[in-house]
Ligand binder design. Structure first.
Ligand SMILES: [Zn+2]
Length: 168
């Protein structure tokens, strides 16, 4: 399955996203389907939309084409889907893997979403010093992720499980 092309509200091509993400954007009323796969639909209990090949954002977003997303606390929470990097619980804070007091920077690779309890417990230590291994390594968002951040997508969640692809 090819990725879906995303156009800005101004029809300027922005990026590509997976078909699943494209469908989520349409379901969240953040984008409309401009061109669909003729042979494929996405169906759920109350949803039946053509599988999008090209979508267009409902709102114009300012994103530098093919540029890395600027770091932000909110972006880290969105990237990590509000899951704590240490316990997997709900995260509301951003933790610096290498603490700022030890020279750690505000970068994608040095920050993770964390619950308040773990953030407080880890304090001014590295994960090794604190004996709190990361459940997953932090990563740089892709340009497509940068677009989703700019769009205000709540998270980078995939397709709801109840939605299935069916031949039209
Ligand atoms: Zn936690």
């Amino acid at each position: 399955m090819r990725d879906t092309l995303v156009l800005n509200a101004s029809f300027e091509p922005l990026s590509t996203v997976t078909l699943n993400r494209a469908v989520v954007l349409v379901l969240q009323d953040k984008a409309v389907v401009e061109q669909a796969h003729p042979e494929l639909r996405m169906r759920g209990a109350e949803v039946d939309i053509p599988a999008p090949r090209v979508i267009r954002l409902c709102r114009y977003v300012r994103v530098p084409f093919r540029r890395q997303a600027p770091w932000s606390r909110r972006g880290v929470l969105v990237r990590d889907r509000h899951r704590c990097a240490y316990c997997g619980g709900r995260a509301t804070t951003v933790d610096h893997v290498v603490p700022r007091s030890r020279g750690g920077q505000d970068t994608w690779l040095n920050t993770v979403a964390s619950c308040a309890v773990d953030n407080h417990r880890k304090a001014d230590r590295t994960p090794e010093q604190a004996g709190m291994p990361l459940l997953r390594e932090p990563f740089e968002p892709t340009p497509a992720d940068a677009m989703l951040f700019a769009l205000g997508a709540d998270d980078l969640a995939g397709l709801p499980e109840w939605l299935v692809r069916e031949a039209a």
